[in-house]
Design a protein around this ligand. Sequence first.
Ligand code: ARG
Length: 265
Amino acid sequence: MQKFKKIAALALTGALAMTVMAGCGTKTEEGGTTGGETGKKEKLIMATSADYPPYEYHDTSSGTDKIVGFDIDIINYIAKELNFEYEIKDMDFNGLLPALQSKRADFVMAGMTPKPERLANADFSIIYYEAKNTIIQKKGANLKKPEDLKGKKVGVQLGSIQEADAKNWEGIELKSLNKVNEMAQELKAGRLDAAIVEDVIAQGYAKNNPDLEFHVIESSEPAGSAVAFPKGNEKRVEDFNKVLQKMKDNGELEKLVVKWFGGEQ
Ligand code: ARG
């Protein structure tokens, strides 16, 4: 009961925060000036793949389509501290790094992991959250580790580290999907036997679909999240890092972890 109250309170705080932030994280334009003499705030383009609750997803519950989530709360804090505005461009995960490289975006926030292979194409901030990979499946399928997936149809997101990992697992039939949120339907319909997703994503799917469950892959490397930038933006990376570090030190990040991922596990 106590826990329920806490969750309800958190949800309410979240709802209020979203109202205040309305317009800030959506495609709709904001004012554009800081008021009077101070002139225009810099406007940055953030690319994301809003198919990844609770990191970033479309929330239509209030009648309007808003992108919300853990990453959005973090960027709202950073934008305030560094005094810039931003506009979200929502695209397939696989298109995010190309968008940075072709300068169609100033940064990416999409629960993206600074994998060594990506460092050639992007610079990354410090890691602000570390997740574990899991195998999500229909209840009772008993698929607990990569070896159990031999001969199975396994879903991963196109261009993700989960796809890169699963390519090394022998004997599986890999299906790369553009959007993570297609996976639950594919699993339920039996077109996939399993999918590889991070624990906080799997938790949400299992909660909303009682016929699904997941097992953490203990052997897999952690999937850290960081902000990605085009190469050669040292100053911006440094500025973002300062704020992220501040959020770690002042407890703001932990608050958001509790708000979006639930504190008690
Ligand atoms: N952390 C994983 C990666 O970097 C998956 C991120 C997927 N994010 C998303 N917004 N769909 O590859």
